[in-house]
Design a protein around this ligand. Structure first.
Ligand code: ZN
Length: 123
């Protein structure tokens, strides 16, 4: 980094200029300022909801059609949200994190559809 006072080139991480002793202010690092993608969290939540409904269907507590519909809609939402979150994180990779949540959401939605198929395809 060049010293703004005297123009001398100082090594990375130097606190004071080697020439004039001026305090060097380094550009803020992005690392600690990451935000977790809300889309990714929404994907995980939707995935969890879809699993819950898929399991509730198995127990036959509520109308099966309604539950398959709910689990299906939640599962599709989780997959769409997850893919959208991954795309956003990819585009804003210096600010956003949370791709693990997006992947969990997509995974949960996949499990939901496997569950629905396994449990109800026969009927
Ligand atoms: Zn200097």
């Amino acid at each position: 980094m060049k010293c703004p006072e005297c123009g001398r080139e100082n090594p990375d991480g130097a606190i004071l200029c080697a020439e004039c002793g001026r305090v060097l202010v380094w550009p803020r690092q992005d690392g600690p300022h990451f935000r977790t993608s809300k889309l990714a969290i929404a994907s995980t939540v939707a995935g969890a909801v879809s699993i819950l409904f898929a399991v509730a269907e198995k127990e036959g507590t509520i109308s099966m059609c309604l539950l398959i519909l709910t689990a299906g809609v939640a599962g599709i939402s989780a997959a769409i949200l997850g893919v959208a979150a991954l795309a956003c994180i990819e585009l804003n990779h210096t600010e956003l994190k949370g791709s693990i949540y997006a992947l969990i959401g997509i995974l949960l939605s996949a499990i939901t559809f496997i569950l629905i198929n396994a449990l109800y395809a026969r009927t």
